[in-house]
Design a protein around this ligand. Structure first.
Ligand code: PEP
Ligand code: MG
Length: 341
């Protein structure tokens, strides 16, 4: 369903003719005949291209030079997996566990969380599943948990900052994750990391959860522990972080680089991909390469085919994208050729 958000227009009249182009973010009211014709032609070409892109959904993504690119999916609701063959993606690159709060006041207890995490791992059938610990706050306020009335919630107590202040909630999630790690290819990712000390504390808490569980006679594993790179200070000092993997959160990274809110339509021309953002991506990718760590990008930038060449140019070879973008991202990868140096 094409959709354009953040436009301010006078109310539409019932029956008024309108053309809506979700790809370019255009809403054209009362189009003339020539505009309609041009639109119809573009629409027909796009429909044909989409049909071709989805013709071989299970095929792995390979660049025009024959390089394999991992394309995984982002999950914010387990229902997104309904009807999706796991073989169509290379796994789940981001599970937003704020989903645990959907329609409820409290975080589910350890057993309930474990059941949800296991369901995701079962679906993936051995492919990697990266579960992000709670990223509450900022654009994801949770009544009763996140601080109300913060002057600037995006720069406030969100993500790991909140989890470390609420060990009662964080411990339950880490225990459920440590138990789930015995049931599949699980990785745990920490959001909104700014300092190496935050990661050390997360690592200590996760190790403690594993030790406690084993002490209670339960099965538990220490899964690989990685960080989201979405704070510019973390990207610039990425060598300070001793983690198993990095995943670049371009949604937040670009709003912090541009100092322009990611959800303010008035600032959309500032909060968009820039050379500065790509330089930060490259710093992280180069560091990952030189230390043999995995690096991916799970922000929405990876779901937009027009940015795929720029991301691959920075050396990225793993993307995690919105499910509806899977086929068009793979097609954009197939069209890509590495620039001649
Ligand atoms: C990001 O910031 O790019 C990201 C993936 O996290 P979220 O959109 O959930 O903040
Ligand atoms: Mg983010």
């Amino acid at each position: 369903v094409p959709m354009v958000v953040g436009v301010s227009i006078a109310p539409l009249q019932t029956g008024q003719a309108a053309l809506l182009d979700g790809d370019s973010g255009l809403l054209i009211l009362d189009p003339d005949a020539a505009t309609r014709l041009a639109f119809d032609e573009r629409h027909a070409a796009q429909t044909k291209r989409r049909r071709e892109e989805t013709a071989v959904p299970g095929a792995p993504a390979v660049t025009g030079d024959g390089e394999r690119v991992q394309v995984m999916i982002n999950v914010a609701d387990p229902a997104e997996l309904d009807g999706l063959d796991p073989a169509e993606s290379d796994g789940i690159g981001l599970v937003r566990t704020e989903l645990l709060f959907h329609g409820r006041e409290r975080l589910p207890d350890e057993e309930e969380q474990l059941a949800i995490y296991r369901r995701l791992l079962d679906w993936a059938g051995g492919r990697p599943v990266t579960i992000r610990t709670l990223d509450a706050g900022g654009d994801k306020p949770i009544p009763g948990l996140t601080r109300m009335g913060e002057a600037n919630p995006f720069l406030g107590v969100r993500g790991v900052r909140l989890s470390l202040r609420r060990p009662d909630i964080f411990r339950v999630q880490l225990r459920a994750l440590a138990r789930a790690a015995t049931a599949g290819n699980l990785k745990v990712m920490i959001p909104m990391v700014t300092t190496a000390e935050e990661m050390r504390r997360c690592h200590a808490l996760l190790s403690e959860a594993v030790a406690d569980l084993r002490g209670e006679g339960r099965k538990a594993e220490l899964p690989p522990l990685g960080m989201m790179v979405e704070v510019p200070a973390a990207a610039l000092e990425i060598e300070e972080f001793d983690v198993d993997f990095y995943s670049i959160g371009s949604n937040d990274l670009l709003q912090y680089v541009a100092a322009a809110s990611r959800d303010d339509p008035e600032l959309a021309d500032l909060a968009r991909p820039s050379r500065a953002l790509l330089r930060l991506v490259k710093i992280v990718v180069d560091r990952a390469r030189s230390t043999g760590r995995e690096v991916s990008l799970c922000g929405d930038l990876g779901s937009d085919p027009k940015y795929i060449p720029a991301l691959l140019d920075q050396g990225l070879r793993t993307l995690s994208v919105a499910r509806p973008a899977l086929a068009s991202v793979k097609a954009a990868v197939a069209r890509y050729r590495r620039p001649q140096s």
